[in-house]
Design a protein around this ligand. Structure first.
Ligand code: HDE
Length: 713
């Protein structure tokens, strides 16, 4: 092509040359043709400096085929920004998902705390919550076996209060100095850069097996708590003991709990593995969908309040973050609710840039001496400086307090709010022009906890019992949950290649529960069992089971917020489908249609039903219960589809409730379960039975099936 043939690049859209609000948004193809993409009111594309851009498809060249000229400031402006789009991902909790909402105070807590947020019943405080996994990188999958972060930012009228918690109430370590070792061991191994987002590898279990204080936490992460069905169905915990301080300066200890109104629910490990393939964004999609559809998840903030006298007589040290206080010993008092009612507008601006800091507390709340918390208070500010690039990250809207902010801090990278006037220090004598002043009445005052002692690097002997609460957690589980824990340990340790690490772990398990140790040893062919690990203190046998520690004992009382997958094929009975839709709507259950082809299917009465998932992309692991609604004539073809067979087989193996109609018999046959139909499988013979089925689903799973399957010779 010669220069003469060059398309006329001076041509602009039909509305160009007009005022800003009537400019057209245009796109040029390689041939120079012009497409008008947006309506007359679209804004003009500009550089970051605000200069309108005429051609966003071609860089500036000498001649038709280049080279590209260095003076192309438009190219440079665009690529420069692109090259710097990423900020360092969080060193832990890199993968996360956030949402906005509010906290509503139930009653005045003035007797306990002068925190402004707890003074006026019914008052709503804006909130932002970010859920996360810990070990995986930003692009990892959601259903890793891992702790979930549960970080809450409360924009109170007296400053931001962050409760940076997890979905597990204890932690791996007792002292902050071990955190880098723990995280190095848990994340990908440094030489090979894998495995990603999982603890099933030698380094993790090597570290853990040499760290007896982790054993309580190990029980939690090997339980179903580490594979939640949804962020909406998990608890949150502040973990450490904190203090509440009232206006007389009187303090009590407190532990923070978030209790989901939706009840607790987890998935099975085999489901987790398959969900990660079928939908790596399963948790974030779930939260996004629920909130977008108006099904707002809700948690109650519960306080466990106790005094020094209780702390003295409690079996363990309340400053030890590897211990809980059972709810039976200190009941939880609900003091407000957290509702998540809108999704983010922009993932980066909000979820990625939100900066939680444990040291963000408000007057009326104070830290305890927990050495893990003390270390965190130092760390979080540091990490934000690195991640967000400067000290002004509180100027970013998601981090900015929603109350007035006045101080003399100034300048620095990206300073957005720059005070006017002369006073940038205090005390000053500039009178009314002199800027903000201290306020002893409203200002933060620390609880005057007495502190004495010699400087020393030690661990208190009151932190020495590492097995008793691990055992208490284990014996508080249902037998199904105990089996899941044994299976999880068997799976994880089977991925450890070094024999002595496996042995060291089984040696610890012997201090927790002999049956558990024996089961896991069996899965690893460890015979004879290793000697029990040496323990600083013997395991207490007298701690009673606590029902609140089990997920299955704290399930939902409805099937609201759960999802039914209806596998349909052409000619499916419309009456049954309509009855299901009605029953789901009444319960608040989501319903998705899965079919052999995307688009629409025709049902028995000729109506068209929108298909949500083609069966290969909608395996049953994505649903809480399934319905098999094959059409009479299309059933044999559906039955021969391998994805449809897996849909049924998996639903059965994962102990889900299954409803079917007679026409689906060929599918039950080809999935090999006709002979094994049990009470978890319901024939939808009449319209009414759809409602019955949804009610049955409130139990979430038909766990008896698992027992029957494992009893099979
Ligand atoms: Fe964190 N933790 N952590 N952590 N943590 C971070 O801060 C740290 C600990 C928790 O959604 C980092 O902004 C140290 C316990 C959550 O943005 C970092 C220690 C608990 C989140 C950091 C701990 C947590 C973080 C990484 C041991 C449960 C995600 C990026 C002393 C109570 C917050 C960041 C979000 C994030 C340090 C232990 C919860 C590096 C040094 C215990 C939920 O600052």
């Amino acid at each position: 092509m010669t220069d003469q043939e060059k398309p006329d690049l001076t041509e602009t859209g039909s509305n160009s040359g007009g005022s800003d609000d009537v400019e057209a948004h245009t796109e040029r193809g390689h041939g120079g043709e012009l497409h008008q993409l947006a309506g007359d009111r679209a804004a003009v594309l500009t550089t970051q400096q605000g200069g309108p851009v005429a051609d966003d498809q071609n860089s500036l060249k000498a001649g038709l085929r280049g080279p590209t000229l260095m003076e192309d400031h438009i190219l440079r402006d665009k690529i420069f920004h692109f090259d710097h789009e990423r900020i360092p991902e969080r060193v832990v909790h890199a993968r996360g998902f956030g949402a906005h909402g509010f906290f509503e105070t139930y009653e005045s807590l003035a007797d306990l705390s002068c925190a402004d947020i707890f003074q006026r019943p019914g008052e709503r405080t804006p909130a932002f919550v970010r859920f996360s996994t810990v070990a995986g990188n930003k692009g990892s999958f959601d259903l890793a076996r891992d702790v979930r972060g549960f970080a809450v930012k409360l924009y109170t009228r007296e400053g931001n209060w962050d409760i940076v918690g997890n979905n597990i109430p204890v932690f791996f370590i007792q002292d902050a100095i071990k955190f880098p070792d723990l995280i190095h061991a848990a994340k990908q191994e440094p030489d090979r850069g894998f495995p990603q987002a999982q603890t099933a590898h030698d380094n993790f279990w090597d570290f853990i097996s040499l760290t007896p204080e982790s054993m309580h936490m190990v029980m939690w992460i090997m339980s179903d708590r580490a594979i939640p069905r949804s962020f909406r169905f998990m608890e949150g915990f502040g973990v450490h003991s904190f203090r509440l301080v009232n206006s007389d300066g009187k303090a009590v200890f407190v532990k923070f709990h978030w209790k989901p109104k939706q009840g607790l629910q987890s998935v099975l490990w085999d489901e987790a593995l398959k969900i990660n393939g079928a939908d790596p964004d399963f948790h974030r999609r779930d939260l996004w969908d629920a909130i977008s559809q108006g099904d707002y998840p809700e948690w109650e903030l519960g306080l466990q309040v106790f005094d020094d006298e209780f702390a003295e007589r409690f079996e363990f040290d309340v400053l030890d973050a590897t211990k809980i206080i059972p709810e039976e010993q200190v009941p939880i008092r609900p003091v407000g609710r957290l509702v998540l009612d809108h999704v983010v507008d922009n993932f980066f601006a909000e979820t990625e840039q939100v900066a939680f800091c444990t040291q963000n507390i408000v007057k009326g709340v104070d830290h305890s001496e927990d050495p893990l918390l003390q270390g965190r208070n130092f760390s979080y500010l540091d990490t934000q400086l690195k991640r967000l690039g400067g000290p002004n990250f509180t100027h970013i809207p998601i981090n900015a307090p929603k109350c007035p902010v006045h101080h003399f801090q100034q300048d620095g990278h990206m300073a957005m709010h720059n005070p006017k006037g002369r006073a940038n220090y205090e005390p000053n004598s500039w009178g009314d022009e002199g800027g903000p002043r201290e306020c002893p009445m409203r200002g933060f005052t620390s609880y005057s906890a007495p502190v004495t002692g010699t400087k020393q690097r030690v661990r208190s002997e009151t932190f020495a019992d590492h097995y008793s609460q691990a055992r208490q957690f284990y014996i508080s589980q249902t037998s199904v949950e105990q089996q899941h824990m044994a299976n999880a340990l068997g799976f994880e340790l089977s991925k450890v290649n070094t024999g002595r690490i496996r042995e060291r772990m089984v040696a610890h398990l012997r201090n927790i529960d002999e049956t558990l140790a024996t089961r896991v040893a069996g899965m690893l062919s460890l015979d004879p069992l290793p000697e029990p690990a040496g323990a600083a203190l013997p395991t207490r046998q007298d701690l009673p089971p606590s029902d609140k520690l089990s997920i299955m004992k704290n399930g939902p009382d409805s099937f609201k917020g759960r999802k039914i997958g209806v596998l349909m094929s052409a000619g499916a009975d419309m009456g049954t489908f309509s009855a299901l839709q009605t029953a789901c709507k009444a319960e608040g259950t989501m319903l998705e249609v899965i079919a052999p082809a995307a688009g629409e299917i025709r049902t028995s009465d000729g109506s068209r039903v929108q298909v949500n998932q083609k069966v290969e992309g909608g395996p049953s692991v994505l649903y809480d219960a399934v319905v098999l609604l094959a059409g009479q004539d299309s059933a044999p073809e559906l039955a021969s589809n391998p994805a449809a067979q897996n849909f049924v087989k998996d639903a059965y193996d994962h102990q889900k409730f299954i409803a079917y109609i007679d026409a689906a018999t060929p599918l039950l046959d080809s999935a090999g379960i006709t002979m094994a139909l049990d009470q978890g499988c319901m024939n939808l013979a009449s319209g009414d039975s759809a409602g019955e089925f949804i009610k049955t689903c409130r139990q979430l799973r038909y766990w008896q099936r698992g027992q029957a399957m494992s009893d099979k010779p």
